[in-house]
Design a protein around this ligand. Structure first.
Ligand code: FES
Ligand code: FES
Length: 154
């Protein structure tokens, strides 16, 4: 299979890899870079579990080809903690019981990060809208919204 060399900027590191041009960003993150915090659900752009940040904005990595994001700044859930210190959103999710199976959590937290970066004091309605592209089958969402609100107050 034909492969193409490309440079990806992931979590502040520039990595050179060789991958088939039809590979999605999600596949490259999980299979080639071992960043399995990004989850695969529907693979059709519906569920949001594959969400990563591209130049700070949430995108569905199952819908993007890795070759199309060369040189862009990609942030995955692995890029949020600073050493042993969790990001305030991660801490708030733990403290508020906003995680059950955890499958939606990485994408949910990254969408929340993008929201708080743009709007540091969102209303509950703005949080609901900001996270509306991320589905959760377990929590009923209320604890997630409370966690994001708590993180916004830190
Ligand atoms: S796996 Fe990408 S949106 Fe569902
Ligand atoms: S915690 Fe299970 S899908 Fe959200």
């Amino acid at each position: 299979m034909e492969k193409r060399e490309l440079e990806l900027n992931v979590n502040g590191k520039v990595l050179t890899i060789s991958v088939p041009p039809q590979k999605t960003l999600l596949e490259v993150l999980r299979e080639d870079l071992g960043l399995t915090g990004t989850k695969e659900g529907c693979s059709e752009g519906e569920c949001g579990v594959c969400t990563v940040l591209l130049d700070g904005l949430p995108v569905r990595s199952c819908l993007l080809l890795a070759v199309d994001v060369r040189g862009r700044k990609i942030t995955t859930i692995e890029g949020l903690a600073q050493g042993d210190n969790l990001h305030p959103l991660q801490t708030a999710f733990v403290e508020h019981g906003a995680i059950q199976c955890g499958f939606c959590t990485p994408g949910m937290i990254l969408s929340a990060k993008a929201l708080l970066d743009q709007n540091p004091s969102p209303s509950e309605e703005e949080i609901r809208v900001g996270l509306s592209g991320n589905l959760c089958r377990c929590t009923g969402y209320i604890k997630i919204f409370k966690a994001v609100q708590a993180a916004s107050l830190r």
